[in-house]
Design a protein around this ligand. Structure first.
Ligand code: PLP
Ligand code: 3DJ
Length: 428
């Protein structure tokens, strides 16, 4: 995408902030005036609206007790479905194809338990070697539950450069032994955005089901899961969607799979009108709600009500446009200001192949991150050598990007990082 050139001055950054049509949303967040937050790709900030809806739900509990399930502003019995409807525009699905439930990892377990049906020589699961470890642990344990050795039955597509997984290599690994494919939409370290539509079409052409982990794309990148015919997907809501630490996650099941028995059944997967019949014959919901298991984590999804209102107002296309622009600005500034200091941009440069964070590689990354924190910048570190920086479209300013890069420059020029050990913290 061609863009107006960037100029290297703080005035220019401030001018970009004046022109930013999403700038008004920043005031809705609890932004710490003392620091610059660049970690919204790991844990998004709290907004006033999310806080308000959380407190409203707490108040319903306080004042209504058990009646909160059916009464009050957000009856809890229907909250997973209500939030699904609010999430639908972000992922390009019908509201009944989504349900807000569980955690990323438990949703993956549910979906693999549902969709992994080894048969004949089709027994393998295809993933990649750079994906988030929790997904691999889940896949390994699911294979073991079927009596298979993951060393043989889990195929992890290799990266050619340690950063990116080439779509060609994934497609080449889609052999007739593969029963199921699980891939991230975005690789959590390099920020590579995979071509979801192409991979889905290639999988289907070979009769393979495919599901995606959308943790690092939902809320930052528009999706068209139904149009692309993705079989299923799952994602957390605590990164770009600002639902709070450990906040309830989501899953998507393509409507063509409605009616499939959930691999892991539980009473909240029941048809709503049947659930309280308390029969021992499970009657699953006729939509993605069937894949819920137990009682929804109401307090952990309440912030999402307020948060998703903001996404509806801002619009995911506009958020993506700002995200691409502000991350380009950051990359450009890094290249200009930090040249010759040992940094490498590890994310793809093409807008179609990158997501919402900048991946900055350096052999001293762990201690540069500690130094950034001492300078009141919040990045995160991913071993062995990555500093992730996420200027988030809803609340990060261009001026903060400018400040971050200037502080990084001072840290390098003054060798401030040398006083720290080059090792990660317990939670990096
Ligand atoms: C891509 C990806 N998948 C899975 C997870 C695990 O999510 P959870 O701990 O919410 O199950 C995370 C983050 O922790 C992630 O970034
Ligand atoms: N889930 C997290 C947690 O419980 C503590 C700290 C970080 C996280 C994360 O989400 C990390 C994130 N998935 C990542 O991309 O690395």
């Amino acid at each position: 995408m061609s863009r107006e050139p960037f100029y290297y001055s703080q005035e220019f950054a401030r001018q970009l902030d004046k022109e930013d049509e999403l700038a008004r949303f920043r005031d809705e967040f609890y932004v710490n005036a003392e620091s610059i937050y660049m970690d919204g790709n790991s844990l998004g900030l709290l907004s006033r609206r999310a806080e308000r809806t959380l407190l409203e739900v707490v108040d319903a509990w306080k004042t209504q007790g058990i009646d909160g399930w059916l009464q009050g502003q957000y009856p809890w019995f229907y909250l997973s479905e209500k939030l699904a409807a609010l999430s639908a525009p972000l992922v390009g699905a019908s509201e009944d194809e989504i349900i807000v439930t569980g955690s990323t990892t438990t949703n993956l377990h549910q979906l693999v338990a549902t969709f992994y049906k080894p048969e004949g020589k089709k027994t393998k699961i295809l993933a990649d070697e750079l994906t988030f470890p929790s997904d691999i642990y889940a896949l390994q344990s699911q294979l073991q539950l079927h009596g298979y050795d993951p060393a043989e039955h889990l195929i992890q597509v290799k990266s050619r450069d340690g950063r990116i997984i080439e779509e060609e290599d994934i497609i080449a690994a889609m052999t007739d032994e593969v029963a199921l494919i699980i891939l991230p939409t975005v690789l959590y370290r390099s920020g590579q955005l995979l071509d979801i539509e192409r991979l889905t079409a290639e999988a289907h052409a070979r009769g393979i089901l495919i599901g995606f982990d959308g943790c690092h794309s939902v809320g930052a990148v528009p999706h068209h899961l139904s149009k692309w015919d993705v079989d299923f997907a799952f994602w957390c809501n605590y990164k770009y969607l600002n639902n709070g630490p450990g906040g309830t996650a989501s899953l998507y099941v393509n409507r063509k799979h409605f009616g499939r028995s959930p691999g892991l059944a539980g009473w909240f997967g029941s048809r709503k009108d049947k659930q309280f019949d308390m029969e021992h014959q499970f009657v699953p919901a006729e939509h993605a709600g069937a894949f819920q298991i137990g009682t929804p984590h109401i307090l952990s999804m309440a912030p999402l009500i307020g948060s998703l209102e903001m996404f509806a107002e801002a619009g995911i296309e506009k958020l993506r446009a700002k995200s691409l622009h502000i991350t380009s600005y950051m990359i450009d500034l890094i290249e200009q200001e930090l040249a010759g200091m040992g940094f490498t941009i590890g994310n793809p440069r093409d807008d179609l192949r990158r997501s919402g964070h900048v991946c900055l590689e350096h052999e001293e990354a762990a201690r540069i991150c500690k130094s950034l924190k001492e300078n009141k910048i919040v990045p995160d570190f991913r071993a062995p050598n990555i500093i992730r920086l996420a200027p988030v479209a809803l609340y990060t300013t261009y001026d903060e990007v400018w400040e971050t890069v200037q502080l990084l420059k001072a840290i390098m020029v003054e060798k401030q990082y040398e006083k720290f050990e080059n090792t990660r913290d317990v939670v990096a």
